[in-house]
Design a protein around this ligand. Sequence first.
Ligand SMILES: [Ca+2]
Ligand SMILES: [Ca+2]
Length: 328
Amino acid sequence: MSLYLKEIAITNPESAGMANTLATIATVVLALACSQLNAQGQLLISGFIDGSTALPVDEGTNLGFSFDQLEIDLEKELSETVSLRADIDFMVDMVAVEQAYVSFKPIKFGELIAPVITFGKFNAPIGYELLDAPDMYQFSHSLVFDNALPTNLTGFSISQDLGAGLDLVAYIANGWYLSDGSDVNFADDSLMIFGGRLGYGGVEGLGLGVSAIQNDAQDMIIDLDGEVTMVPNLILGFEFNTGGKDDTGDNISGWLVMANYAFPSFAITFRQDAWGAASSTTISPSYGIADGAGMLFEYRLDSGTFDEDGVYHKGKNTSAAIEFTFTF
Ligand SMILES: [Ca+2]
Ligand SMILES: [Ca+2]
């Protein structure tokens, strides 16, 4: 709990006042919540272990074994309206708080469904792909996920079921974090961001979402995501993202399409994606070893890359990996 409070406090001077206010509120809320931790409800523990082997398919890659992550997720309902969740990531040389938040679900008033208010650090509600290995169809993330999307946000969010298959989540947060823990160079000296996602699930087998994030420098990223599951055993996914900037300040867009087909004893996933001039093609067969245990193989061809400064570099490279994931 204390780790994400520290992160909120470390921010730029312009948003320091807001951050301190948020941290103070969080301290009070969490102190109240944690004081009852053993008094009500049940503490639920779940998580996963994820390890992989890199295969030497390219001149630049070697055979290598890797323990990628042990994640422990803690959940507790303190009352009918207050719940806590924390996702703790244990890696070889570091421990990170992926999520730590408290949610408030106001009591219903007749037919009125009140919004859910969340405060803390939480997975960003944007895009098609999810962060953790058990929620992925491949070993690697797409270029859109790695380059264009926040992974986690620290701030407030409010979510509301609008009826007719529509749901809305809106948030204010102080910057964002990539999956490697670094923050995004979204706009110079401007870390406070606003965003939201309008989702639609009113037709069986179809899910759509449109997301936007804007900061006070008036940069806006728009992201469309969708999934079609109308054909038995076939999952189709897509995403389009625009509004990012390259190293020269020009607009940069990205997209992905993905298909996963489940055969009786295994599944196979194909993904094609692009971010500006860079692209990747991924083929990934997977196999369920047992309930909660799976292995997959991934072969990936990348064409072009963007470095940390947003500079494009030509060149192709291939990679391959075998991954084992166990959930509990
Ligand atoms: Ca997680
Ligand atoms: Ca994680």
